[in-house]
Design a binder for this molecule. Structure first.
Ligand SMILES: [Zn+2]
Length: 211
């Protein structure tokens, strides 16, 4: 059977790790053979799925406090689910609880060392959080770009964020190149990204000449 959608949650986005495809939405794992056929799978428990669904409902209402509680309950059952940790990190980030967010993303990285979103979100956190750490932001955005694939859902956003991190670290030519590439691929907030990256009109012209 070819993998098209997650049997557990119906999600259609997956990332690859260690010969597996992992559902970006719920963390169910599918082992693939060389013909990309599913040879085995580890689906998340029904209870975890139900908690995940409830947490997502809270998120649509910006009810982050309850989203957090549902995710914590889910993690009590499935503490090795890296997707749950990245989701909880996002919830904490939106609650401006940056230290907790950082811990969640780091936990996800320990569980799945090639999870691009965990690196990318950590990079963003260091750009927007309480204590700005531009060099760390760039390091994590670089790691994210190592693992993310152009076909991945968040590729364009992560590419733009990578551009911003480059700009914040004084690498303006590269920053312009990355942000321009993201814009070309459909990134909608290119102007804001240029501004946050500290790129003025002159830099943009130089970037255009180099690009
Ligand atoms: Zn799923």
């Amino acid at each position: 059977m070819k993998l098209i959608e997650c049997e557990c949650c119906g999600g259609k986005d997956f990332h690859r790790t260690d010969g597996m495809a992992v559902c970006d939405n719920c963390g169910s794992k599918y082992f693939l053979n060389k013909d990309e056929q599913v040879s085995d799978k580890v689906l998340i428990a029904a209870e975890v799925h139900s908690l995940l669904y409830k947490s997502a409902e809270c998120r649509t209402k910006c009810d982050y406090a309850n989203e957090m509680l549902y995710l914590l309950q889910a993690l009590r059952i499935d503490e090795k689910n890296s997707i749950l940790w990245t989701r909880l990190g996002r919830t904490y980030r939106d609650m401006r609880s940056y230290k907790n967010a950082e811990n969640c993303y780091k936990k996800a990285i320990v569980l799945e060392p090639d999870l691009p979103y965990a690196y990318g979100n950590l990079g963003v956190l260091y750009m927007v959080g309480d204590d700005k750490r531009d060099a760390d932001a760039l390091e994590y955005m670089r790691k994210c770009m190592n693992y993310i694939r152009e076909s991945d859902n968040d590729y364009v956003t992560m590419l733009a964020n990578y551009g911003v991190a480059l700009g914040l670290n004084g690498q303006k030519g590269e920053a312009v190149r990355m942000i321009r590439k993201a814009i070309k691929l459909g990134y909608p907030n290119g102007k804001a990204a240029m501004r946050i990256a500290g790129i003025g009109v002159f830099d943009r012209v130089c970037g255009l000449l180099r690009g």
